[in-house]
Ligand binder design. Structure first.
Ligand SMILES: [Zn+2]
Length: 352
């Protein structure tokens, strides 16, 4: 349960849409796995090796997958497939040829995990937007984040996934000394953590909800991310000035082995919120994907954090399932199901 499951699914894009048959079975398996919170690598066929054809195949598969999830897994009808421009290599820190991207959620200015209003009536849908002025690149709420690998780089990158709800549950136990009684109590903890981070926003200045903020960190320094957000990056001078404890946290970490100011802060964050160092968090929660050229990788962006180790030459085309408005009965119902499917709390899953 702690570690997300991963699957490689092969799909022949040329026979989609198909009522029945191999392509239907593959789409059906992929949709069910995504609903359970698993991570997918989708390898599409047929391939002539060109990027343009790979993009068309992957977007066709993703549209079929979205439609199948709407019909069978209560994905809100307002969801849509959104493609972004291809990345132009990987921005690395000075003197580096790779980067380690720390755990984050894509478009995390608004698409971080909040509870469903069915479990947490006090939450207002506006609280699902952390910043409406500064964000990378689009304002949409990303429900499923995906990417097509167009160039793996000299050494293919790894993408790492972590179950946000398993971590939240463990953070509750670490901080309260007992497990949450039910989903509603865990949902209340998530909302309290989000509101604390909003209250501290004038101090930390972040536009994105960090892992530490989500897990209930009290120390304001855990509400900032390094640039990137890369393990090896420095913080901005203004962040050091406004957060007096940040310099000491970025200088030395609890395990003594983390290489870089950004990851040393995360190591402290993990110790404060979970009682574990960053290497211990990786050992307990991490699942790893290594994708080949023209693979489509996709996973739930709300119930999972992801990190990545990438070569500077790697390029991607982001392909996501998004919604413009994270609100309404279909959305709340879908979100409540995600909480039940992905938390370790033993409650009966809500039927699709
Ligand atoms: Zn460390």
């Amino acid at each position: 349960m702690n570690r997300p499951r991963t699957h490689l699914i092969e799909i022949d894009a040329d026979i989609l849409p198909a009522g029945n048959g191999a392509a239907f079975d593959a789409i059906d398996a992929a949709a069910g796995a995504l609903d359970r919170g698993d991570v997918l690598v989708i390898r599409t066929h047929p391939s002539d090796g060109t990027k343009g054809r790979a993009v068309r195949r992957a977007s066709k598969v993703l549209r079929a997958l979205r439609q199948h999830m709407v019909h069978n897994w209560s994905l809100p009808r307002s969801s849509r497939v959104e493609l972004d421009a291809e990345s132009r290599g990987v921005p690395v820190a000075p003197f580096r040829s790779r980067r380690f991207l720390l755990p984050h959620q894509d478009g995390g200015h608004c698409s971080f995990l909040t509870p469903s209003r069915l479990d947490c009536a006090g939450l207002s849908p506006e609280e699902r937007v952390y910043s409406s002025t500064v964000y990378w690149r689009r304002p949409s709420h990303k429900m499923y984040q995906g990417f097509l690998v167009t160039e793996p780089g000299n050494t293919p990158g790894s993408t790492f996934y972590y179950n946000a709800l398993a971590m939240l549950d463990d953070a509750f136990v670490h901080q309260q000394g007992r497990p949450p009684a039910n989903i509603e109590e865990l949902a209340g903890f998530a909302l309290q953590n989000l509101r604390r981070s909003r209250e501290l926003q004038s101090l930390h200045g972040s536009r994105y909800l960090t892992l530490g903020a989500f897990l209930g960190a009290r120390e304001p320094a855990h509400h900032v991310s390094p640039s990137g957000p890369r393990a090896e990056s420095e913080f901005w001078p203004a962040q050091y000035l406004s957060l007096p404890n940040l310099a000491a946290l970025a200088e030395e970490c609890p395990c003594g082995n983390c290489d870089g100011p950004g990851v040393r802060l995360v190591c402290h964050t993990c110790l404060e919120t979970l009682g574990l160092s960053w290497p211990q968090v990786r050992a307990r929660y991490e699942a790893t994907i290594v994708a080949a050229r023209h693979d489509l990788v996709i996973a739930n962006n709300l119930t999972l954090f992801h990190a990545a180790d990438s070569d500077e030459l790697r390029t991607l085309v982001p392909m996501c399932i998004v919604t413009s408005e994270a609100a309404g009965h279909e959305y709340e119902r879908w979100l409540a199901r995600q909480w039940r499917n992905h938390t370790p709390i033993d409650e009966t899953a809500v039927a699709a």
